[in-house]
Design a binder for this molecule. Structure first.
Ligand code: NI
Length: 171
């Protein structure tokens, strides 16, 4: 099932998501499948559960956008345990469509998370994958990439979105 993507302005995007305690359930398996399907449909490289209106600590990532199924990553209850270096580049978010901003992030990041079976693993990513780990983990803490840009730029985006909301072009 393809879920619609929740857009900036919905409270669920700015709330801390709930820890997952039950694994290997049909509901969780279905949700993970649906999250990948929804992410691919939206042509994203990452999707966090709050972006489909579900306040749970789950994110999916595929930096190949579906071209290489071996690159599918499930992060449940993820934590960033190491970050080093720096990269500066454009970043966007499915929940803030059409906008992109330059964001500086760590270049190499290690995440500790659980998979669908509840098994804890650690994974290190660089460049785009490092950015995805940080971006998606942020989502689960109620943070968006615009929290990492200047207040001036953030206000500009907020104002533009408010105009779109008034014109009924943002829902
Ligand atoms: Ni995002």
């Amino acid at each position: 099932m393809i879920y619609p993507i929740v857009k900036y302005g919905q409270p669920v995007l700015e709330e801390k998501a709930a820890t997952i305690t039950e694994f290997n359930t049909p509901e969780l398996t279905k949700l993970l499948d649906d999250m990948f399907e929804s992410m691919y449909a939206a042509r994203g490289v990452g999707l966090a559960a709050p972006q489909i209106g579900i306040g749970k600590r789950i994110a999916v990532i595929d930096t190949t956008t579906g071209e290489d199924p071996s690159q599918k990553i499930v992060l449940i209850n993820p934590e960033i345990i190491a970050a080093e270096g720096s990269q500066t580049g454009e970043e966007g978010c499915l929940s803030i469509p059409t906008f992109r901003e330059t964001v500086t992030r760590a270049q190499k990041v290690t995440v500790r998370a659980q998979d669908g079976a509840g098994t804890t693993f650690e994974m290190t990513g660089e460049d785009l994958l490092a950015r995805a780990f940080l971006h998606e983990t942020d989502h689960l803490n109620g943070k968006l990439y615009i929290n990492h840009i200047s207040p001036l730029k953030r206000d500009l985006i907020r104002r533009k979105i408010r105009k779109l909301q008034k014109a009924d072009e943002w829902s």
